[in-house]
Design a protein around this ligand. Sequence first.
Ligand SMILES: [Zn+2]
Length: 185
Amino acid sequence: MSINDYNYSNKFRKMSSDAIQPWVEWKHITMGKTHCPTCLRLDKCWFSKSDMPALPQHKYCHCTTLPKSFLTIQKQATANSTYSKYNPYLFDPKNEYKHGKDKLFNLWGYTIEDSQWLKTEIERQGLEKYVAGQYKLNWLDYNGQRINIIIKIPRRDKSGEATFTTGWMVYPNGKIQLITPYADD
Ligand SMILES: [Zn+2]
């Protein structure tokens, strides 16, 4: 199978229609007294009800959630990553970051030339999995809610797949933004 034919779309489309989870939008309510920076970050963020931040978040937290239609999630959610997360960060051509993650991708048959392909593929799978509720909540603080999403790409050195965890930040109105293309989880 060539790399261009490689496509998980059908598989995920089936999975997401088989198991539609209720979705919610976080609604920050202050009651004029408390302004929790963490709750403020969660305001208008969308989560699958089966994997959302704890509510209430803290003592005197008045936040609530509103039901969100799955159709809206499907239509409006977006996943983005910046090119620099792959080149130079991931492939580290000048050996600046010294995290060694480039060696793993090299082993699977990927080079810095594949940065754009990886960016497109990771955004595509990231969005599909977020919408399908196939993410895991990670650290939450005043910077926001981080989630982990597992990505699979074909190995080019031999048959089979390489699996790795990507880290994302959740933003209002269905936006997720890549933090790291390879999380140490
Ligand atoms: Zn709150």
